[in-house]
Each structure stands twice: as C-alpha cells, then as structure tokens.
Design a protein around this ligand. Structure first.
Ligand SMILES: NC(=O)c1ccc[n+]([C@@H]2O[C@H](COP(=O)([O-])OP(=O)(O)OC[C@H]3O[C@@H](n4cnc5c(N)ncnc54)[C@H](O)[C@@H]3O)[C@@H](O)[C@H]2O)c1
Length: 423
C-alpha cells in the first residue's frame, strides 16, 4: 500500500466509481476509492477488478504504482483535494427518489470537510439535489459553499460493456454552484478526460442527465408499442426498424425488447416526474413510456404461451422453458432490474418449469436458480431474452424444439420449419 496522499477521492466503488478512478489514475492522478463493502476494498487493493469495463491487469498496475488505493475509512477524506460521489440513487418502494445513501455519505463527508475542498455529485438525480439537499448538509460543517469549499454536479455517462466510447472519451458536463465552483470542477476533469463542458448551474447538469435517459426510455417505449401492434398486424418489427434505419437523417435506431433493465432507465426518469409534481407539472411522456416498457415482460409471457400453444400444442403450465440470457443487456453480468427476472417470475407463477442459461451470471440466488448448461433440446421452449455475443444462436435454433426470440438474435431468413417465433 502506498504512503502517498491521494489527490482525488471517489465515494462508491461500483460501476461508475471504479472506471472513473481508473481513468484519473491512467492520467497520472492519484485516487482513493472510498467503499463500504470490505471485500471490495480488499479486492481493489489486490488489484482485482470486479467491474467488467476495467481489466484487472490494468487496475493492478495502477495499484502497484500507488495511483489507486481503496479504503473504508472516511477520515482519509481530510487529505484529498477533491471528493466525487458515485453512490446509488434508487427509488423507494413507493417509487419515489431515495437519497438516503447519498445523504448519509454526505454527512460523513461534511464532518471531514475543509477549506479548499471540491465536492462533486456524479449520481443521477433530480434537478435541485445538489443545491437543496447536499449543500445544507455540507454546510453543517460550518464552511460555506462557493466560498470555503466548491460544490458541483457532473453526471456520469458510462455505458457498461461499450468499447467505442469510454469514460475518458465521452464528453463530460459540469455545473457548479458558482462560476468558480464550475471552473474548479472543469479543471479537475480536464486533467483526465478529453472534453469537459461547463454549464450554468448544477440544475442544468442534473436535468441534462435525465433528458438523456428519458430520451432512451421514450424511444424504446415507442418501438415496444409498435412491436405489439406488429404482432397483431402480422408484420415483422425488426424488418421495419432495419428499413427505417436506412434513412440517413431524422431517424435514430432503437430496438424493441422484453423491457427496460439496469440501474438507470427503469429508475431515473421517475426522479424527474416526482420533482415535476412540486411545480404542478405532470410529465406524461415519462409515465407513458414507463407503462409501455413495464408491460413488455407480460407481453413476452403471452408470446411464449402462444408459441407453445400453436407451435407444440402445449400449455404454459407444466412446460419446460429455458430463459437464455438474464443480465439486463448483452455481454454484462449486471442483473439489476433485468426484465428477465420479471419474466421468470411470471412464467413460474403460470406453472412453467423455468431454467436459465447465462455465461455471465452463474446464479440467481433470489430465484433459487443456477445457470444450466445450454442444451436447447432439453426444454419445450427456449426464450432468448438477452443476446450475449458468445452464444451460437444458429445452433440454438437448430437444436431447440421451439424458440421465442425477443432480440432478433436468430437468423430466420429462409427458415421454413416454423420453430422460431419473434417479438
Ligand atoms: N451503472 C451505470 O451504468 C450508471 C451509468 C450512469 C450513471 N449511473 C449513476 O451513478 C450512480 C452510481 O451507480 P453505480 O451503478 O456505480 O452503483 P453501484 O451500486 O455499482 O456502486 C455503488 C457503490 O457504492 C458503495 N456504497 C454504498 N454506500 C456507501 C457509502 N455510504 N460509502 C461508500 N460506499 C458506499 C456500494 O457498496 C457500491 O460498491 C447512480 O446514481 C447511477 O444512477 C450509473
């Protein structure tokens, strides 16, 4: 372990914190990862990465060079220059913003705050969080934001599994409480990232992140709705999306699927609809998109039921269904909010015998399931829910009795056996 004092602390060593630390350290900045899970602290200090986008080999070198270190001791925050917060911002059971984790950690930061510190919130949240919720807690230290310490919001835009855009190359927006706060934060990020864009306020930066996620949620809902219409009209939604995507302008490709997953899209838009109500405003696009997307696992269950019925004269009850792919998107291990989990529950409740195969997810402890070997013929139906690139889908289509493909993963061109049903 290095004796050197780190320049930057990142609170929360998860999908956001670890790649961010890695990016700063690769630019020669020393980073302290502050993490509550002791096993994660130990793993990081051994140079082992548990985040797919950060290879252990690269992390290990930076740990050996003393550029990355992990701790669970908040007192170490006193020594750093900047504190970045990358903590979860979930919804409560009533689907309202739950800032408990962020605010508890902010209290821990406040009691170690000193003059000259820069604090930046990276977690996705509603406009006003930095100013209305973090600033008062931090000022309990007796220090004044914008005068004694600097405060800003800068949303993380990481897309796990993506290789063409990284934390370093993706432009970063920053909005500080004062112009000085903004320029301190811009200076920090510019030391490691290619492009940093200053905005006029934390609220503008908070809403920017939400606009990006709502844009995706609404457009996915649009194609999901059309997929359901295509089912009734006997049209192939994938053919239509492919054709529309040939237009070189004015169209952006979004694909239908079994529903939204991950920590962001099913959650973040509702941070804004909650806040909007304070202004007597109802964000109808967000609610409508949420409704359409949340219905997709139910629609997928009915497609499986129909396929078993028409294709094999079987009822859902008692049929063996293999779910192929359970993480929320291809080639990652994250199962948070994955529509596959909802679909498994719906199928189990309907009396189906459900098994799953996923090379990235060995177990689903809450469902009492472990990944089974991929033997398509052992099941009455194989449902492709997440299309990992390592799977041979031609083999699946050849060997299975029946396939329901929610991702357009199988090549059905010229297929005449009627075994493959598509969303
Ligand atoms: N995952 C993504 O793809 C992504 C992308 C963009 C933005 N975001 C946003 O970034 C934020 C963080 O998300 P994430 O996916 O990295 O979460 P995560 O759950 O992967 O990581 C959070 C980490 O914080 C730790 N932690 C919890 N409480 C703590 C505390 N009090 N002190 C120190 N550590 C603590 C957890 O143990 C965990 O390791 C969220 O607001 C999320 O919406 C996530």
């Amino acid at each position: 372990m290095s004796e050197r004092t780190s320049e930057i602390a990142i609170v929360g060593a998860g999908y956001v914190g670890v790649p961010l630390a890695h990016t700063f350290a690769q630019a020669g900045r020393s980073v302290l990862l502050l993490e509550v899970q002791p096993n994660r602290v130990e793993q990081l200090n051994r140079g082992e990465s548990y985040v797919e986008d950060v290879p252990s080999e690269s992390l290990g070198k930076l740990v050996d060079n003393g550029l990355i270190r992990a701790t669970s001791d908040y007192d170490e925050l006193r020594e750093v220059d900047a504190i970045l917060i990358a903590l979860p911002t979930p919804l409560s059971e009533q689907r309202e913003p739950d800032l408990t984790i962020v605010l508890e950690a902010t209290k821990g930061i406040a009691s170690r705050l000193r003059k000259g510190h820069l604090v930046v919130l990276e977690s996705t949240t509603y406009p006003g969080t930095t100013r209305e919720r973090l600033q008062p807690v931090l000022e309990e230290s007796g220090l004044k934001a914008g005068e004694d310490f600097h405060l800003a919001f800068s949303p993380e835009r990481v897309d796990p599994g993506r290789e063409d855009w990284t934390t370093k190359s993706t432009p970063k927006v920053v909005g500080g409480l004062t112009p000085e706060c903004t320029s301190r934060a811009v200076e920090l990020y510019s030391s490691a990232l290619d492009t940093v864009l200053p905005l006029s306020s934390p609220e503008a930066a908070e809403l920017t992140k939400l606009l990006e996620n709502i844009f995706r949620s609404v457009n996915i809902a649009l194609v999901n709705e059309l997929a359901q219409l295509c089912d009734r009209m006997g049209l192939d939604i994938w053919e239509v999306v492919d054709a529309a995507a040939t237009k070189p302008f004015g169209f952006m490709r979004f694909e239908p699927g079994p529903g939204l997953g991950g920590h962001c899209l099913p959650v973040d838009p509702f941070y804004l609809s909650w806040k909007a109500r304070q202004y007597d405003f109802y964000t109808e696009f967000i609610e409508l998109a949420g409704k359409v997307n949340a219905n997709m696992p139910y629609f997928c269950r009915s497609l499986i039921s129909q396929a078993l019925n028409h294709g094999r004269e079987l009822s859902l009850k008692g049929s063996k269904v293999l779910i192929l792919g359970v993480s929320y998107k291809a080639d990652v291990q994250d199962t948070r909010e994955s529509p596959a989990l909802k679909l498994i529950e719906l199928l189990q409740n309907a009396g189906a015998e459900v098994a799953y195969h996923d090379p990235h997810v060995p177990e689903l402890p809450k469902h009492g399931l472990a990944s089974v070997p991929l033997e398509p013929a052992d099941h009455d139906c194989v449902a492709i829910v997440t299309a990992h690139s390592s799977i041979d889908y031609d083999r699946v289509a050849d060997e299975a009795h029946l396939v329901v493909d929610f991702r357009n993963a199988t090549n059905t061109n010229g297929r005449v056996d009627g075994k493959v049903w598509k969303l």
